[in-house]
Ligand binder design. Sequence first.
Ligand SMILES: [Zn+2]
Length: 281
Amino acid sequence: MDKERKSMAELDPEELARIRRVTLGGETSEDTEGAKSRRARQSASRRSRKRGSARGKSRGGSGVPLGGLFLALMLGIGAGLSGGYYMWGYEKPYVVDLKAVEVPSWVEQDFIRKNIFSRPDVTIQRVNNIVIHYVANPGSTARGNRDYFDSLADQDPQAGGTSSSSHFVVGLDGEVIQCMPVDEMAYANSPRNSDTISIENCHPDETGAFTQATYDSLVKLTACLCDQLDLTSKDVIRHYDVNGKECPKYYVDHEEEWERFKQDVDQAVKSRAWENGPEGA
Ligand SMILES: [Zn+2]
């Protein structure tokens, strides 16, 4: 914000000089033009004085002066816009077309049913982070977790129920299932569901450590998504970073391994590793 103001101030002398040149030009060398515009200004101010007095009279009569209402409206809009500007600064327009994001051919797309518990059919406008999870159910498969998300559709909406889902699930053998399109909201990491996409990962035991095959597929999938979503490994976060949940457990317990994962994602982005398919598949 300060930077913005400084650059405006730097422009000021030049701008002033330009304005002065224009004004002087008008008054001296193009005298007739100058006189014309002076006359135009004078008659405009006479007209506005007349309007002012007419408004003054009508105020006692029929009620709301439209001009005043319009002015208030414009001031309101102006205040809203500039308030937004000063609060948030200039936000660069989001250019990623989420509908055009493609997953590698080795990702199986098997979307779950649209339903209020796991696929609420809400469109995401932008993706600011990719969130990594673990399924917290040792030995369960990608298929099993995908089917679980789908089964939530069978709950009775009147009775309430469990809400849970994820865009992707990576299995123990490195297989990947996509459960919903990346431009739709999943229920994975409240309160950031509306601007993130989520990747769940299977794990063989309670430590939450991934198999090598799971890890390799996760790195490639994450890199592929970073590449298309205009994100870097800095934008890859843990569920833990969203709301403090101990997920993915192994990478909450081992911070240095999490840093290594992000470095591996960086490498995979550079080498476009996802084009080779998952290890052992
Ligand atoms: Zn999680």
